[in-house]
Design a protein around this ligand. Structure first.
Ligand SMILES: Nc1ncnc2c1ncn2[C@@H]1O[C@H](COP(=O)(O)OP(=O)(O)O)[C@@H](O)[C@H]1O
Ligand SMILES: CSC[C@H]1O[C@H](OP(=O)(O)O)[C@H](O)[C@@H]1O
Length: 400
């Protein structure tokens, strides 16, 4: 079938013909449930057996903007190949891919509707005691085993080729590392924080750090990243965590993924201004979020060091002192990228519900200012950082 976006009826017909998923007498029901910025997502369920699948189809443009923003369909291939590779490295932490149709840019995958999108869960005030362990393991395994430390270096170069993703990287380069720092027409911010935004545009010390982080994003092919690991790309329950939506996957600096997780926990932290009215309860939930930031780094770094000791393929990487310097660099990148990812969600095109759905514009402006201040401070800290505790101290300082 040549490419066109599927209608609901076509999605049902397509699903009915998938081998080994639905019984012959299936009574298939379909809903389009895509709430992201880019793609169609069909949920298809057999009302008789209860069996279900997700079919995700890329559109040839960015859904959030419309047909005026064309976008490659190859991102669907990248997403399905990244999911399959991640599953081989981290079974149980991503949805299983049943099939991929290159012509239709369509991935058929495991239905995770018994999970909740983590961003929604955090806004509802839920806690996820296993999250840090799961995401820390996911990042350590996917980043280590796709890097020059954990795989043959010639094979890695071939893998870099498979995951060249220029159009999606360009979105990141513009929306995260450029637009927020100038008066760009792509920007989108609450008029009540205009003064803060103008300060950001004038802050040359900050711009220098962002330029260095951008350079790292552009040039450091360290490992295969998820590329957009925010809490809207994580399905969760108290027992289970699944990373979805790696269409921004490419070879880049490891700290970009870890920074995305940290940033999105801190965006929720800032957003609590609008969610929990009782000061004591708010500070308790915020403490939980900061503990989670600490634990995410802790689980990631412990897992990564363990893999380094056990499965390193590079003789030179056993040089005394090298591992500690490498870990410090990942920490510093994590902090810098976390800052950039916070700033972009306040000033740039695409925002987050943790803050945007705060109804009162004054309270929202307060939450936005907290997020912006934390983001700026993290960017300025990045190259000097020694410990994740400095991130926690900055978050506490600006939420007072
Ligand atoms: N495997 C899945 N199981 C259940 N729901 C899913 C699954 N994948 C995506 N969804 C739903 O579709 C929404 C959009 O999916 P996502 O992959 O984030 O799309 P986009 O790339 O457009 O952001 C998710 O927020 C979730 O509600
Ligand atoms: C024009 S794309 C904006 C934004 O959307 C992506 O997120 P998602 O697909 O998860 O909704 C990504 O973060 C992009 O930067």
């Amino acid at each position: 079938m040549s490419y066109h976006s599927l209608s609901l009826e076509e999605a049902i017909r397509y699903a009915a013909n998938l081998p080994g998923i639905f019984p012959e007498n299936a009574d298939l029901q379909v809903r389009e449930i895509g709430d992201g910025n880019l793609n169609l997502v069909f949920h298809i369920k057999d009302s008789r057996s209860g069996a279900s699948v997700i079919m995700k189809q890329a559109l040839p443009y960015a859904k959030v903007v419309g047909e005026s923003w064309p976008l490659t369909l190859d991102r669907a291939r990248i997403e399905s190949e990244a999911l399959q590779l991640q599953e081989s490295l981290c079974p149980g932490l991503v949805p299983h891919v049943y099939a991929f149709d290159q012509e239709l840019a369509l991935t058929v995958m495991e239905d995770l509707s018994d999970h909740i999108i983590m961003r929604k869960g955090l806004i509802e005030g839920n806690r996820y005691p296993l999250f840090a362990e799961h995401v820390g393991k996911f990042m350590a395994h996917t980043l280590f085993y796709t890097s020059d430390l954990g795989m043959n270096q010639q094979a890695k170069k071939q893998q870099v080729k498979r995951f060249v993703n220029p159009e999606l990287c360009k979105i990141t380069e513009d929306l995260i590392f450029d637009d927020p720092y100038t008066d760009s027409s792509n920007n989108n911010y609450n008029p009540l924080i205009r003064e803060e935004v103008e300060k950001l545009w004038r802050d040359e010390e900050l711009h220098l750090e962002v330029a260095l982080l951008r350079e790292s994003f552009l040039t450091h092919a360290e490992a295969l990243l998820h590329g957009d690991l925010h809490t809207g790309s994580i399905f969760i329950t108290p027992e289970s965590t699944k990373m979805i939506d790696p269409e921004f996957a490419y070879y880049g600096p490891m700290g970009f993924d870890i920074g995305a997780v940290v940033a999105n926990l801190l965006l929720n932290y800032a957003g609590q201004e609008g969610w929990i009215k009782d000061a004591g309860q708010r500070s308790e939930f915020r403490q939980y979020l900061l503990d989670t930031v600490r634990d995410v780094w802790g689980h990631f770094s412990r897992n990564f060091v363990q893999l380094w000791e056990r499965d390193n393929v590079d003789r030179m990487a056993r040089t005394p002192g090298y591992r500690d310097l490498y870990m410090k660099k990942i920490l510093r990148d994590t902090i810098g990228f976390a800052g950039c990812k916070m700033v972009r969600r306040i000033v740039g095109l695409a925002h987050v519900a943790d803050i945007d759905t705060i109804a009162d514009p004054q309270v929202r402006a307060h939450a936005e200012t907290i997020a912006l201040n934390i983001g700026k401070a993290l960017i300025k800290l990045n190259r000097k950082a020694e410990s994740i505790e400095e991130v926690i101290a900055i978050a506490e300082q600006y939420a007072k």
